[in-house]
Design a protein around this ligand. Structure first.
Ligand SMILES: C[C@](O)(C(=O)O)[C@H](CC(=O)O)C(=O)O
Ligand SMILES: [Mg+2]
Length: 299
């Protein structure tokens, strides 16, 4: 069935690096599940993202406070990599433990067909990057996390991205000191979390010689800078972790409320994706053709 091309010769990590080199800045779109990943790919995104908050909130009904485990996130990651070759960046929070745990996280992610992960310098009992009172670990402890992750790479093209949540506590100088140490420790890319001013990105990008990601999440601390504005600051990747997902929840809620109140869905049909559209994204008809073929062979 023509649903997934397994003939690619490059690793997921290589494909992610190629995407960074070819689209400037690279838009990385959040895809909360396999079907969302198929839609984003069809629309033309060259890289996609599995959000830690997305797994916690929408797969498990939990807040983004470090409650999910490696296996929880792997399940959702595998579902996505099973249906698309678009390189997937995965949020591994703090890596789920010490050096051995982080090592295992990286090898399992590579085995799952993931292209890149980001690991952050918050304490294990983490918070969303756009919440107050975040606690961070000492720089040495995060350097050890990065070293453990990099050392575990079984594919040298796999991307270990170091995220810093230090702006709140240590200011931009702290951010610069930390990302320099993280790159020195082997980080392949940097995630500058919760920047509050566009000019900060220029300083971050000038401080390191690896690609830098800007997280343009909604309802957070970072204004809605455009890809053009961020590109001008030297940003290589722009992340939209939950944009489509937030819209899905709002649309579904409106449908639940309307059907409950009106006793029919006719008023909200316009907001729904049609069966025909669904089948196009799924390549449904190629499956049916296959069934028809198999039946005719048996006749
Ligand atoms: C990127 C992020 O880590 C995520 O899990 O998607 C979140 C996004 C969000 O809560 O809006 C974060 O920025 O901490
Ligand atoms: Mg997260």
């Amino acid at each position: 069935m023509a649903c997934h091309d397994h003939s690619h010769s490059h690793s997921a990590g290589r494909r992610f690096r190629d995407a960074i080199a070819s689209e400037k800045p690279l838009q990385v779109m959040g895809t909360v599940n396999a079907y969302a990943a198929m839609m984003a790919t069809k629309v033309g995104y060259k890289a996609i993202y599995l959000s830690g908050a997305g797994v916690a909130n929408y797969s498990y009904g939990l807040p983004d406070l470090g409650l999910t485990s490696l296996e929880d996130v792997l399940i959702d990651a595998r579902r996505i990599t099973s249906v698309t070759d678009t390189p997937l960046l995965v949020d591994i929070d703090t890596g789920w433990g010490g050096a051995f745990n982080i090592s295992r996280t990286v090898t399992e992610m590579i085995r799952a067909g993931v292209a890149a992960v980001h690991i952050e310098d918050q304490v294990a009992q983490k918070r969303c990057g756009h919440r107050p009172n975040k606690e961070i670990v000492p720089v040495g402890e995060m350097v050890d996390r990065v070293k453990a992750a990099v050392d575990a790479k079984t594919d040298s093209d796999f991307v270990v991205m170091a995220r810093t949540d230090s702006l709140q506590k240590e200011g931009l100088n702290g951010v610069i000191d930390r990302i320099s140490a993280y790159v020195e420790a082997g980080a392949d890319a940097i995630f500058a979390e919760a920047m509050t001013d566009i000019t900060m990105y220029r300083q971050v990008c000038d401080a390191v010689n690896v690609p830098v990601l800007a997280n343009i999440t909604e309802f957070g601390d970072t204004p809605y800078y455009t890809t053009q504005e961020l590109g001008e600051q030297g940003i290589s990747m722009v992340l939209y972790p939950l944009s489509g997902t937030r819209a899905m929840q709002k649309a579904a809620l409106a449908v639940y409320e309307s059907v409950r109140k009106e006793g029919t869905q006719v008023n909200v049909l316009e907001t729904m994706q049609q069966r025909k559209e669904l089948y196009e994204f799924l390549n449904y008809h190629s499956y049916e053709d296959k069934i028809d073929q198999l039946f005719s062979q048996n006749k």
